[in-house]
Structure formats: C-alpha cells, structure tokens
Design a protein around this ligand. Structure first.
Ligand SMILES: [Zn+2]
Ligand SMILES: [Zn+2]
Length: 158
C-alpha cells in the first residue's frame, strides 16, 4: 500500500493529468499532453514515481514514427561537421525547416500520453535526402527539451 501524501507539505494528493506543456532545446521542440501527476491540495506537483521521467523519455524515444528524418553522421575531432548518412556530403550548418510528428506514448499503469516532437531537418545538397541532427545531438536535445517542459509545469525531476 503506497501512501500518497505530498513530500513537501504532507497534504493528501490526487492523481491528475497535466494539460499541454512545451519545451525547446537545440532547435528541437516538444509538446506533451496528459502527463500523470500527483497534485496536493496546496498545489505541489510530482510524478507518480521517481523513475517516471526517465521511463517516459525512453518509451517516447522508442515510439514508431516520432522521428522520420535520418540522423546525420558527425565527423571531425575538434570541429564537428554533419554529413549525409547516404552520400556523405557535408550538410548545410543551419536550417529553418522542421519535421513534426505526433505520437501516443503508452505507459505501464497509466493512460497514454500525447507527444508532438519537431526536429530540425536538413536537405542534403548531394542526394536530396532529409536528415536531422546526429543521433547523440537528437537524444541530448530531446532530453533537454523534455526537462524544460517539465520545469515549465513546476514539476521537480524525480
Ligand atoms: Zn504539498
Ligand atoms: Zn546525401
């Protein structure tokens, strides 16, 4: 039997679902709707479990169709440059284009959460393929964008 009192003030909590929260980092934008939170009568919020934020991000990154552009290949030791994954040509350094997708992230013991993720896309000047940041660039940016979204809703991480 788990007790559901607020960790900050010991008031009773109630399971709630958050409205839309948004965050941005490295040109990546995320919007999340329906995150489960435990809200206390004095307005403090937290996630149902300390593991929840990480589980959510892992589950979200595994969702089919969330990111369709191919990750760029990074080369260079000191100054990293992005290259096309299929023809190897260097990609333009800047872009204003984004590719955006919406998915439902299913979570154990919780209702699915809707996620919209927009990532910057680059058009390869060689073969016209649509690419995005490198794999590490994407996962780092997504983690930070999601953390910013959590912070905007006043939820302490973990
Ligand atoms: Zn409280
Ligand atoms: Zn190419």
């Amino acid at each position: 039997m788990t007790t559901t009192v607020c960790r900050q003030c010991n008031a009773d909590t109630e399971l709630n679902r958050l409205g839309r929260v948004e965050g941005e980092d490295s040109g990546i934008h995320v919007a999340i709707e329906g995150l489960p939170t435990l809200d206390c009568t004095n307005g403090h919020k937290r996630f149902p479990t300390p593991e929840f934020p990480l589980q959510f991000i892992e589950q979200m990154m595994q969702s089919d169709g969330l990111i369709t552009a191919e990750p760029a290949v990074e080369k260079g030791l000191f100054r990293k440059r992005s290259h096309c994954p299929s023809c190897g040509k260097e990609l333009p350094g800047e872009t204003t284009a984004r590719s955006s997708h919406r998915v439902e992230v299913s979570l154990p013991e919780n209702e699915p959460v809707a996620v919209e993720l927009a990532v910057p896309v680059f058009r390869c000047p060689g073969c016209n393929r649509e690419t995005t940041l490198s794999k590490t660039g994407v996962s780092r940016g997504v983690m930070q964008a999601v953390a910013n979204a959590f912070r905007s809703a006043d939820i302490p991480p973990g």
